[in-house]
Design a protein around this ligand. Structure first.
Ligand SMILES: NC(=O)c1ccc[n+]([C@@H]2O[C@H](COP(=O)([O-])OP(=O)(O)OC[C@H]3O[C@@H](n4cnc5c(N)ncnc54)[C@H](OP(=O)(O)O)[C@@H]3O)[C@@H](O)[C@H]2O)c1
Length: 197
């Protein structure tokens, strides 16, 4: 059974962007969240141009290799300049969750306006047995509320950004996590959790 997983680069105070992210501005003043993608000596086997430290490359490529399809929130899609008409992963089909039309979308992208359950179901079907990745704090929170998330990964970067978009938004009740793996690496600590049900 394929899993639903969310992995984000996040500050120690819980932000996945800095202040003022947006189209043409990326993560705003939080671009250091992605420094560990490029400041190592080990090439990613999945993402062209990524050079990570050895421990980060092992974990990152293992996760990236699991992805069959992804669900991204509308903010992620907009702030990433519509993924250039493709997707944020080299092979995974992107499903964009929104309440609004998106006439500029290409045939490589799918808009879902009927909720998180439908978006995850469509992505699961497209994933062909591989995993579904969630991108964006709003989408992750919607999926947690719906009980759809199996695992979360915090690529925790040692900075307090002080503001930005949070990884996790308000939830109606506690969600218990079980640590699968903690990997310290240069410039980032990878914390991989399973959701307890
Ligand atoms: N640090 C990292 O690793 C990382 C990874 C991914 C993204 N990001 C960044 O995170 C930021 C986006 O995160 P975010 O939390 O602001 O937003 P998000 O989750 O990307 O998008 C939120 C939007 O998704 C739509 N949405 C969410 N739940 C929905 C539901 N149940 N039904 C229908 N539509 C729903 C809504 O769009 P509408 O308003 O159109 O209805 C909502 O405003 C971006 O700047 C992105 O670049 C960072």
């Amino acid at each position: 059974m394929s899993k639903v997983i969310s992995a984000h680069a996040v500050s120690v105070d819980g932000y996945i962007t800095g202040r003022e992210p947006g189209a043409g501005r990326g993560l705003g003043d939080g671009t250091m969240l992605f420094d560990w993608y490029f400041d190592g000596d080990t090439r990613s086997q999945v993402f062209d141009g990524f050079k990570l430290s050895g421990p980060s490359a092992r974990l990152f490529d293992a996760l990236a290799g699991r992805v069959g399809a992804l669900v991204a929130g509308r903010n992620t899609y907009e702030d990433s300049d519509h993924f250039g008409g493709g997707g944020p992963h080299p092979t995974a089909r992107p499903f964009i969750l929104s309440h609004r039309p998106a006439p500029e979308m290409t045939e490589r992208q799918t808009l879902v306006t009927t909720g998180i359950e439908d978006a995850v179901a469509a992505a699961r079907e497209a994933a062909g047995g591989r995993d579904v990745f969630l991108m964006g704090g709003g989408v992750v929170t919607a999926a947690l509320k719906a009980g759809l998330v199996d695992e979360v990964v915090l690529h925790q970067v040692p900075v307090l950004l002080g503001g930005g978009r949070p990884f996790f938004q308000a939830l109606p009740e506690h969600v218990r996590l079980r640590l699968i793996e903690a990997v310290p690496a240069p410039g980032v600590t990878h914390l991989h959790y399973a959701i307890e049900r």
